[in-house]
Design a protein around this ligand. Sequence first.
Ligand code: GDP
Length: 446
Amino acid sequence: MANVVVVGAQWGDEGKAKITDLLAAEADVVVRCQGGCNAGHTVKHGEDVFKFHLVPSGMLYGDTLCLIGNGTVINPQVLLNEIEALQQKGYATSNLKVSNRAHLTLPFHTDLDQAQESALAEKKIGTTGRGIGPTYMDKVGRYGLRIGDLYEPEAVLRERLTQIVEAKAELLAKCYPHLPTYTVDDLLAWCKPFAEKLAPYVADTVGLVHESLAQNHNILFEGAQGTLLDVDYGTYPFVTSSNATAGGACTGSGVGPTQIDRVIGVMKAYTTRVGEGPFPTELSDDIGRQLLEIGQEFGTTTGRPRRCGWFDAVIAKYSVQVNGLDGLAITKLDVYDGMPELKICVAYRNRETGEQTTQFPSQLRALQHVEPVYETWPGWAGSVKETRQYEDLPVEARNYLSRISALIGCRLSIVSVGPERNQTILLENPISGGKRHLSSPEKVIA
Ligand code: GDP
């Protein structure tokens, strides 16, 4: 048995929710560790389809403890809406707990996010406009409001809100005079109903996670966004405001790295990206449009069409490194059904100097100046959607997957061939399969 982190290994939207939901069957606890309602995780269970933004993807199993950790930022209305939607469909919610250390997105955070994005015009980051960046800015700036503060005596909460309002008032008045202003009383009135409604769910989740560790329970740490959106390792500044890489699972939940046994990276069989910023393997031709349509690549949170391109092994290898991946979950293999040939980007070539590299560049400008170096692999006829055993995949599909595994130096654990739970090829179960083992990349068959 093992404690496993599931992270997005590309630019997000890799299908983490499906993989988390699948592995959650073996988990006693599922923890969301970072990000906020800018994340959008689609979980399907029979006829029920949920688009979760905040609650962990393990929520559909009534007996799994689902924690929203201290590294997340919470829009309380969004959380309450998700709880209500689950209750309306008959799912239990008493197994959900949210950290009293998590920060709250206050009304002016959302206003500021949208105002800052429109001020950037052509240079916008492409945020979801949900106030996540400003909430994290205030957390780091030490002007944040934590969920636990809602339950302090009113005089203490009032004092905290006064500090926050005083800090924000000048900025709002000088830089954003068109935005609404909030008094301490406005914010107090905003806090009260949320404090009441959230009370049954608020807990010291650090304590809960350690109780579970002491009982040798299996804990699944669910990442949001993706490695290339990580504030440190991503394509800065076109990134999210938290650590979406595996380290974020520790800082966002209160466990140390020694408690983590496995790290599984979820990647699509191709690459997508939402929002702005460079994307070396982007396809603006018919193949790109085909991936968009067949893969239904539209943002869960915003509905925006995603940019689509070939699999980028430079990115994927970098992801293996910065996350310490020891297992791959490749999703959406079915989207390639019937495609005559598939390309894999194996290196970047600098357009001006001709120099090649397999190292992902740290600077955006360097990434803007590369073109992909491709290998071409034959596609397969027919569909993989009904395949459940690895050996039953067409040889071309196995070779494609094996090549990816070998190129990036990480073993294949899971292949997803459709959105349903059962549309999955499980080469190993990272949780019940046990503790860390040396990874052995796949061999190409032919
Ligand atoms: P996440 O945020 O990483 O969980 O990804 P999203 O939920 O935003 O997007 C993944 C989408 O792909 C969802 O609509 C899933 O139902 C769907 N999906 C996941 N795995 C597969 C797969 O193997 N094949 C297909 N066709 N769809 C998949």
